[in-house]
Design a protein around this ligand. Structure first.
Ligand code: KG4
Ligand code: ZN
Length: 344
């Protein structure tokens, strides 16, 4: 039985698209009653990156425990849940399948509606959790390990992608550069920390511009420039000042992200700009974005770090708005590794 629209809507949300097994209970899309995340970072650190097969196996091991903890922490029983939300793409197919199978089993057993959620829609929706006043339309920059998208959020669940990366995602560039300088995995947080001791203007790295596509990004040239710099130093026996190197790299990434996002808000006429995804917790990006938005009279929104990297709460927030739109999935819901944003 579905609840009437006047009652509170409690979503049990599951996320397992990459290396985090996560579940959360979210009330009315914006109030997080629990947010349980079992990270696989320690496991994948051994290999310098996510190993898909190991990720799937770890999800299977953890998923029941994570869901049970989420319900327990929220003080909510399965019977009290309104609907089950789950990430069904994009992501690693084996990893996604674990969450999708879990969500379908729970929804089937409890006779609750099942709502498949796009992972990026989840990241964007993370902004709703701590900003009750934030409503579409607004511009959102999504920067994670797998995605770099500049999107106009026209309405809940309605998007227009105006820019994307042509090669590496921003987080991927952070991870690759961190590995090259020996900072380890995942690189983003390590570069963020190390860059605080460096000079962001020490080395002038290139900022790519794509002819005819002012909102697209490219980070592979920048990454190659950093690798060339390291190789050149190794050949000539020069010592590298790692903090200066990573601060200069980070500055180049931040400048290309901030300039395009702010330009989009101005040219499309939006006064609200949000950021989302793992890289949105980067301190230099937050500072650069806050400064540029302040200058242009744009309201700037960003989630707390725990809601930037993969989590269940953001999926619960997105699932709530999908639920309100009447979106329901059947028992044939499957993992879609290359799901497009806005596709259902
Ligand atoms: O959103 P997320 O958890 O997973 C994906 O959907 O990809 O993002 C993970 C990415 C990784 O590449 C990680 O290095 C990056 O986010 N990241 C950061 C920071 N924290 C996480 N990048 C830069 N600065 C950070 N503080
Ligand atoms: Zn993500």
């Amino acid at each position: 039985m579905e609840k009437s629209i006047t009652e509170d809507v409690l979503i049990l949300a599951i996320e397992s698209s990459c290396d985090e097994t996560a579940a959360s209970v979210v009330k009315n899309g914006r109030e997080v009653l629990s947010n349980v995340i079992s990270s696989q970072i320690a496991l994948h650190t051994l290999y310098g990156g996510v190993v898909p097969e190991l990720a799937s196996r770890k999800h299977i091991e953890k998923i029941n425990q994570v869901v049970e903890s989420a319900l327990l922490e929220a003080g909510v029983t399965l019977e009290e849940i309104t609907a089950i939300g789950v990430t069904y793409g994009p992501g690693l197919v084996g990893a996604l399948l674990v969450g999708v199978a879990e969500a379908k089993a729970i929804a089937y057993a409890t006779k609750k509606p099942l709502i498949g959620v796009h992972h990026i829609e989840g990241h964007i929706s993370a902004n709703f959790i701590e900003h009750p006043e934030l409503e579409p339309p607004f511009v959102c920059l999504i920067v994670s390990g797998g995605h770099t998208h500049l999107v106009i959020v026209k309405d809940y669940g309605e998007f227009e992608i105006i820019g994307r990366t042509r090669d590496d995602a921003a987080g991927e560039a952070f991870d690759k550069v961190a590995r090259a300088v020996g900072l380890g995995y995942p690189g983003g947080p390590k570069i963020d920390k190390t860059a605080k001791e460096g000079n962001p203007h020490a080395i002038e790295f290139p900022r790519a511009k794509i002819e005819g596509s002012p909102y697209d990004f490219s980070f592979s040239g920048l990454k190659s420039a950093v690798l060339n710099y390291i190789n050149h130093a190794a050949m000539t026996g020069e010592e590298i000042a790692v903090p200066d190197l990573v601060a200069s790299f980070q500055n180049a990434v931040v400048e290309s992200l901030v300039s395009r996002a702010v330009m989009a808000a101005k040219e499309y006429g939006y006064t609200k700009l949000a950021i989302a995804g793992g890289v949105a917790s980067n301190s230099a990006l937050r500072a650069g974005m806050a400064e540029a938005c302040e200058k242009e009279g744009i309201d700037f929104y960003y989630p707390s770090p725990v809601f930037c990297t993969d989590n269940g709460a953001m999926i619960g927030a997105a699932a709530y708005y999908e639920y309100k739109k009447g979106i329901r999935h059947g028992w044939d819901l499957n993992a879609v590794p290359n799901l497009k944003l806005g596709e259902r």
